[in-house]
Design a protein around this ligand. Structure first.
Ligand SMILES: *Cc1c(COP(=O)(O)O)cnc(C)c1O
Ligand SMILES: *[C@@H]1O[C@H](CO)[C@@H](O)[C@H](O)[C@H]1NC(C)=O
Length: 389
């Protein structure tokens, strides 16, 4: 903390990035770190482009913009009327940011097609193929598929390799949203969950989620070099003069949709230097061990029922096998328990419904300082608070 504070105070004037000359050290840190991240994704020599953006929602938005530029570059100057009706595909479990991106970028939220998922929340590849064919028959042009490495609610990992096969067959842009799950690339034990990510055209990876880097710190990584710059550059004469005395490819600011950008890289760079890849690996492994511990404690415990193999629902003493109809009366339970948690000030865990499923607790472990006794406490506390309902 001390180091961060001192550095922030001393360099306050240049906590913005647009050109190399304004913040040379931060530009180099960013370049180095993005290359390292691309290597971890599995792109040869870490080649490609990337940027730190204000968050996963914006990184995802970049991916849609780049895909559109790659296939329909004329949209940059002429607008959407220069393109046919384009459609985007994403999981029905998608974070709402994709619909937002569809609306904001002029595709229209109706042209964001939702893909069915299996019991564990993973996209069903056959459904993708069927919907691509269907869209083509309707005269639309399928552009972009978003696969998720670690969905927001279920933590589901889509089958990236199978989705990549379909994208190659139909020539679609494949984006992998690893906002949550990207951190698993640091773990030798868990990175297989993202197998196939190296086949993606672009990847979102938020160090500010699973890896515990303070907000804001999200990266958009692009496999093909040059598309990001092609898509966004405007070559403003007052910042990005081409005849500077240094290599102007270090003037990375023109790839962004922002003008000045906050320096998000420094804290991440410092953390990575301090903890090492090994440190991040231990961090990730610890969090996943704790969620496994929670799962094991709850799966056979009376009063709890798994929403599916891996997510937890509120206590309930009725019979084991419930139909959707009999779930319904349980809907108010989790909100009540959460309110009691907050009133007693002991803990706080979010809840939500999903499809047919009534409100359940969405338990996420991202703090490696959490312990098994914290998990024990949580389970007992939910039971204690729910006891008199
Ligand atoms: C959180 C999340 C996002 C949005 O990230 P922000 O940094 O909050 O904008 C996008 N996709 C997934 C899968 C997420 O979990
Ligand atoms: C991709 O899908 C995931 C969930 O499956 C979602 O969280 C994310 O916002 C989506 N992003 C884009 C760009 O579609």
């Amino acid at each position: 903390v001390c180091v961060c504070v001192c550095v922030c105070v001393r360099v306050r004037v240049c906590l913005f990035l647009f050109t190399y000359e304004i913040a040379p050290v931060f530009v180099l840190m960013e370049q180095l770190t993005l290359k390292k991240m691309r290597e971890m994704v599995g792109w040869p020599n870490g080649e490609g482009d990337g940027l730190f953006s204000p968050g996963g929602a914006i990184s995802n938005m970049y991916s849609v913009m780049i895909a559109r530029y790659k296939y329909f570059p004329e949209v940059k100057a002429k607008g959407m009327s220069a393109a046919p009706r384009l459609v985007l595909f994403t999981s029905e479990h998608s974070h709402y940011s994709i619909k937002k991106a569809g609306a904001a970028l002029g595709f229209g939220s109706e042209n964001v097609i939702l893909l069915s998922t299996d019991e564990r929340g993973r996209v069903i590849p056959a459904d993708l193929e069927a919907k691509i064919i269907d869209a083509k028959q309707k005269g639309c042009v399928p552009l972009f598929v978003n696969a998720t490495g670690g969905s927001t609610v279920y933590g589901a990992f889509d089958p990236i390799n199978e989705i990549a096969d379909i994208c190659e067959k139909y020539n679609l842009w494949l984006h992998v949203d690893g906002a949550w799950g990207g951190g698993l690339l640091m773990s030798r034990k868990h990175r297989h969950k993202l197998d196939g990510i190296e086949r993606a055209n672009s990847v979102t990876w938020n160090p500010h989620k699973m890896m515990g880097v303070p907000l804001q710190c999200s990266a958009i990584l692009v496999r093909e070099k040059g598309v990001l710059a092609g898509c966004n550059s405007m070559c403003a004469g007052y910042l990005f003069q081409p005849d500077k005395q240094y290599d102007v490819t270090y003037d990375t600011g023109d790839m962004a949709i922002q003008c000045g950008r906050h320096v998000d890289i420094f804290k991440f760079w410092l953390m990575w230097k301090a903890k090492g890849t090994i440190g991040f690996e231990q961090h990730i492994d610890k969090c996943l061990d704790l969620s496994q511990y929670l799962y094991n404690k709850i799966k056979d415990r009376e009063g709890y029922q798994m929403v599916f193999d891996g997510v937890v629902s509120p206590p309930d003493t009725s019979t084991q096998h419930r139909t959707p109809f009999r779930w319904a009366p349980l809907s108010p339970v989790a909100p009540k328990i959460k309110a009691l948690m907050m009133e007693s000030g002991t803990t706080m865990v979010g809840y939500q419904p999903q499809g047919q499923k009534v409100n359940f607790f969405r338990m996420v472990v991202s703090n490696p300082a959490a312990t098994q006794s914290d998990i024990d406490f949580l389970i007992d506390e939910i039971e204690r608070l729910g006891h008199d309902l």
